[in-house]
Design a protein around this ligand. Structure first.
Ligand code: XMP
Length: 525
C-alpha cells in the first residue's frame, strides 16, 4: 500500500497537512516529516518526490529551520512551497530578501514559461493564494523564472533538468484556482507517480492486518461515539468480532439521544459483532460536578472520572492483549512525531496511557488516515452517515458548553436547545442544497447551542419569567485554530429562537454569538 511514497517536509506552516491531503487526492500515498528528519532516513524511505512546506520564519536568519544542500542532490524531484521555495533558493545560491510590500491574498499569476511541466493544462493567467513577507529576488544558478506576479518577480522558479521547483504561493489551498492541477503535475508529471493508491483497499487490507496482528488475542477499546473511535470499533469488529470489547461511558454530557444512538449502532441490536459495555454514569458525573463552577476544575473532574470508570471496567475484563485507540494521522503529526513512534490520543482528555489496563501492545488502525479518509472508511464499513459526519464534539462534552455549575436541569436545557438548532440549520442547508446543488456559503463547520449562566426577566403570556439565556454558536473554520462566525440567515435564526423559547422550558432569551477566534474561542469554557 505504501509502495509509492511522496514525503512532505514540515517547516511549520499552517497548511502543511493540507499539502499531504492534496497529494493523497492524486491517489499517491503521502506522509509528513519534520525538517529535523535525517537525510539518511529520507534516503532510506526512497520517496518518489519531496515537498517542502511553508513556514513562519525567514530563511536567511541564523536559527531558522533549514535543510542541507544534499537534499537537492539526491536525484529525487523536490517542490518547495512558500518558505520551502525560499529555502531552496537560499540553500542553492539564490537570494531571498524582505519584501517592501508583503503579498497576501488572491493574486494574479502570469506564467512566463508556458511549457513548464508544472503549468501543463494551467491557464497563462491564473489566480493564486499568496502569503509572504520575504521574496525571492534572485533565483539560484541553473533556475529559470517560470512565473511572476505584479509584486513578486519570482513566483515560480524551476530547474527542470534536476526536477527542482520553487513555488512562492500556496497551490494546496482552494483559493489557488488551478492549484490542484499544479500539484498533480508535480506528483504525477514530474515525479512520475502512477497514482494508484486507493482508499477502497484500506478497509480490506486493514482488516487483514488486524487479523494477523491480533491472532486470537483480546482487544479493548474506549468508544466515545466520536468519528475516530467509532470507525476504529467498526474495523476491529469486522476483523476480530467478539475478541473486541468496547467500553462506552455515557457521562450524561452528550448531545440529545447520542448515548442511545451509539448503543443502537454498536450495542447488541446493532450491526457489529463485538462485546459492547455501556456504562451509564450520568448521575455519578452530576454528583461530582455539583457546585463546581471553574472551567478547568470541571474539565479535570470529567477527565478523571472517565479514567476511574474505565479502570473499573478494565479490571472486570481482566488482562487483554491489545489496547486499541482511534489515533488518526493529524494526531500523529500534531504531536510532533511526524509518523514515527506511537502516540497517545488524549481522548476524553485522559492525557496518557491508562497504566491500569493490563495490555501488551497498542493497536491504532487509523493512524495513517486523515479525517476525511476516516469518514470514507466509516461509510464503507456501514456506519450510519449521522455518526460518520458528526461535528467535532469536545471530550468534556456539554460540561464546557454550560457556563458555571453543571446540573441535570441545565444539561436538559442545552441538549434540547442544541437539538432544535442543529435540526433547523441542517434543514435549511439541505433545502438550499436541493435547490442549488451545493452547500450554502454560510454552512458552518461547527455549530451548537450553549447555556449562558445568565438569567433575566421575560414575559410569557400573563406571567413574568426569570429564565436562562441560550447562546447559539456557528463558526466557519479550516483548522479550528482560527474561526469566523458563520452568517446563518436571519430567518433560520429567528425560527430557532421561536422554537427554543416555545419548546424548551427554562429559556426566555436566545443570543447569537458573532465573535471570531481569536479573540473568542469556539467553545465557551
Ligand atoms: P476552542 O474552544 O479551543 O475549540 O476554540 C477548538 C476546537 O477544539 C474542540 N475542543 C475540545 N475538544 N476537549 C476536546 O476533545 C476539549 O477540552 C476541547 N475544547 C475545545 C472544540 O470543540 C473545537 O472544535
Amino acid at each position: 500500500m505504501k509502495k509509492e511514497l511522496v514525503i512532505v517536509i514540515d517547516f511549520g506552516g499552517q497548511y502543511n497537512q493540507l499539502v499531504a491531503r492534496r497529494v493523497r487526492e492524486c491517489n499517491v500515498y503521502c506522509e509528513i516529516y519534520s525538517y529535523k528528519t535525517d537525510l539518511a532516513k529520507i534516503k532510506e524511505m526512497n520517496p518518489k518526490g519531496i515537498i517542502l512546506t511553508g513556514g513562519p520564519n525567514s530563511c536567511y536568519e541564523a536559527d531558522s529551520p533549514t535543510y542541507q544542500k544534499e537534499l537537492f542532490e539526491l536525484g529525487i524531484p523536490v517542490l518547495g512551497l512558500c518558505y520551502g521555495a525560499q529555502l531552496m533558493m537560499h540553500v542553492l545560491g539564490g537570494k531571498v530578501e524582505k519584501a517592501e510590500v508583503s503579498e497576501y491574498g488572491k493574486t494574479e499569476l502570469l506564467v512566463d514559461k508556458t511549457d513548464s511541466k508544472i503549468f501543463e493544462n494551467v491557464s497563462d493567467k491564473t489566480i493564486v493564494w499568496m502569503s509572504h513577507t520575504d521574496y525571492i529576488s534572485k533565483p539560484a544558478p541553473g533556475f529559470e523564472i517560470a512565473a511572476h506576479t505584479a509584486d513578486c518577480p519570482v513566483a515560480v522558479a524551476e530547474n527542470a533538468d534536476q526536477k527542482l521547483y520553487a513555488i512562492q504561493y500556496h497551490p494546496e489551498v482552494l483559493h489557488t484556482v488551478e492549484g490542484k492541477t499544479m500539484l498533480s503535475n508535480f506528483v504525477l508529471g514530474v515525479c512520475g507517480c502512477a497514482g494508484d493508491w486507493k482508499m477502497d483497499a484500506f478497509v480490506e487490507n486493514t482488516i487483514k492486518e488486524i487479523r494477523e496482528k491480533v491472532g486470537d488475542g483480546k482487544v479493548l477499546l474506549a468508544l466515545s461515539g466520536g468519528v475516530d473511535s467509532s470507525v476504529a470499533a467498526g474495523l476491529l469488529s469486522r476483523a476480530i468480532g467478539k475478541q473486541l470489547t468496547c467500553v462506552f461511558v455515557d457521562h450524561g454530557l452528550l448531545r440529545k439521544d447520542e448515548g442511545d444512538e451509539v448503543e443502537g449502532v454498536f450495542g447488541p441490536n446493532g450491526q457489529f459483532d463485538l462485546n459492547f459495555i455501556r456504562v451509564n454514569a450520568q448521575q455519578r458525573y452530576y454528583d461530582k460536578l455539583a457546585g463546581v463552577t471553574e472551567p478547568e476544575a470541571k474539565r479535570k473532574i470529567i477527565g478523571e472520572e472517565f479514567i476511574r470508570i474505565f479502570e473499573e471496567e478494565a479490571k472486570k475484563i481482566g488482562a487483554v492483549d491489545f489496547l486499541a485507540q482511534g489515533t488518526i494521522y493529524p494526531d500523529v503529526v500534531e504531536s510532533g512525531l511526524g509518523g514515527e513512534s506511537a502516540v497517545i490520543k488524549s481522548h476524553h482528555n485522559v492525557g496518557g496511557l491508562p497504566d491500569f489496563v493490563d495490555f501488551k501492545e497498542i493497536i491504532e488502525p487509523l493512524r495513517d488516515l486523515f479525517k476525511d479518509e476516516v469518514r470514507k472508511a466509516g461509510l464503507e464499513l456501514g456506519i450510519p452517515e449521522r455518526l460518520v459526519f458528526r461535528q467535532p464534539f469536545p471530550g468534556p462534552g456539554l460540561g464546557i458548553r454550560i457556563i458555571g455549575e453543571v446540573t441535570e436541569e441545565k444539561v436538559r436545557i442545552v441538549q434540547d436547545a442544541d437539538y432544535i438548532y442543529r435540526e433547523e440549520v441542517d434543514k435549511a442547508a439541505a433545502d438550499y442544497k436541493k435547490e442549488h446543488g451545493v452547500d450554502p456559503s454560510w454552512m458552518p463547520n461547527q455549530y451548537f447551542a450553549a447555556l449562558t449562566n445568565m438569567r433575566s426577566v421575560g414575559v410569557m403570556g400573563d406571567f413574568r419569567t426569570y429564565d436562562y439565556a441560550v447562546a447559539l454558536r456557528a463558526v466557519k473554520t479550516i483548522d479550528f485554530m482560527t474561526a469566523e462566525s458563520a452568517e446563518i440567515p436571519y430567518e433560520v435564526l429567528n425560527k430557532v429562537m421561536n422554537r427554543v423559547i416555545n419548546e424548551v422550558k427554562g429559556v426566555n432569551r436566545v443570543f447569537y454569538d458573532l465573535t471570531s477566534k481569536p479573540p473568542g474561542t469556539i467553545e465557551f469554557e
